[in-house]
Design a protein around this ligand. Structure first.
Ligand SMILES: Nc1ncnc2c1ncn2[C@@H]1O[C@H](COP(=O)(O)OP(=O)(O)OP(=O)(O)O)[C@@H](O)[C@H]1O
Ligand SMILES: [Mg+2]
Length: 263
């Protein structure tokens, strides 16, 4: 069995229309891949399909995590297997604080349940004990240079663009996935925030030997989080893969060239 997140000839329909038309990609632990492509080419569709979003219908192909097909698994089960998505557009959940969300999500992803008979039946026994979790959160907040007052706010409700992105990475830091897809995590981050968030991602990548797929439109984040492989995504498939020099070429030329590659 190969340790990897492997996407095999993936075809996906959204609202009855084929958006992904045969995606092949393999990310191994410790590897960093970048995915770049024009608006509407299907990058976020790929990320949702990986997580098992119900609107994204897989009509052909497979997604394997360390050799096991993810297709029969729910989103929760995929997360428990070690897959994480930092969404392009994180959803606001008024009424649920960031802290309680992180506490529940982290406990669930770790399959947390009451450890001792005394704990069983106790309220919140399915959650990581408060003190233990609080300490862990504080460490991750420090890593991402986030203000603890964030935790008391409702999840993504009124968060600025950059604050939402940081909250996503805070979640990633707690869930400690083995494979993570970051969908335009750089968009909306100011120059300092991009440096801090990238530093946090690099630290986690090192500590966890995580496989990373970075979806982005711009070179800047890739200067901080350096990919070994860059893939160009166009009209629902990867049309070219290469080293980081592909990024320079795209910055200079845009995607006009891609049509020529295709033919
Ligand atoms: N839920 C949906 N309903 C209808 N169409 C959808 C849905 N999700 C995606 N699409 C369509 O699928 C295509 C690919 O969208 P997707 O969001 O994957 O592109 P993208 O490559 O992430 O673009 P961007 O760079 O702008 O984020 C678009 O034409 C989009 O309108
Ligand atoms: Mg997108």
């Amino acid at each position: 069995m190969t340790l990897s997140l492997e996407i095999r000839d993936l075809h996906v329909n959204v609202a009855g229309k084929e958006i992904l038309k045969g995606v092949n990609l393999q990310v191994k632990p410790g590897e960093i891949h970048a995915l770049m492509g024009p608006n509407g080419s299907g990058k976020s569709t790929l990320s949702y399909a990986l997580m098992g979003h119900p609107d994204y219908e897989i009509t052909h192909g497979d997604i394997l995590l360390d050799g096991e097909s993810l297709l029969p698994l729910s989103t929760d089960e995929r997360a428990r297997r070690g897959l994480f998505l930092a969404m392009q557009y994180p959803v606001a959940v008024p009424g649920v604080t960031l802290y309680s969300f992180l506490h529940a999500a982290t406990s669930a992803a770790r399959g947390y349940e009451a450890r001792s008979p005394q704990q069983q039946g106790r309220l919140n026994a399915h959650l990581i004990p408060m003190r233990e979790f609080r300490q862990e959160v504080n460490e991750k907040l420090a890593l991402l240079e986030m203000n603890p007052t964030f935790l008391r706010r409702y999840l993504n409700d009124g968060f600025s663009g950059g604050e939402k992105k940081r909250a996503e990475i805070l979640q990633m830091a707690l869930l400690q996935p083995r494979y993570a897809v970051l969908d335009e995590t750089d968009s909306g981050l100011d120059i300092d925030a991009l440096r801090i968030v990238s530093g946090g991602v690099n630290t986690l990548h090192r500590e966890l030997s995580m496989g990373l797929l970075i979806i982005t439109h711009y070179r800047r984040i890739l200067d901080y989080i350096q990919p070994q492989v860059v893939h160009v995504f166009y009209e629902g498939r990867i049309v070219r893969s290469g080293d980081a020099s592909l990024v320079d070429m795209l910055e200079e030329q845009g995607y006009a060239w891609v049509k020529d590659w295709e033919s």
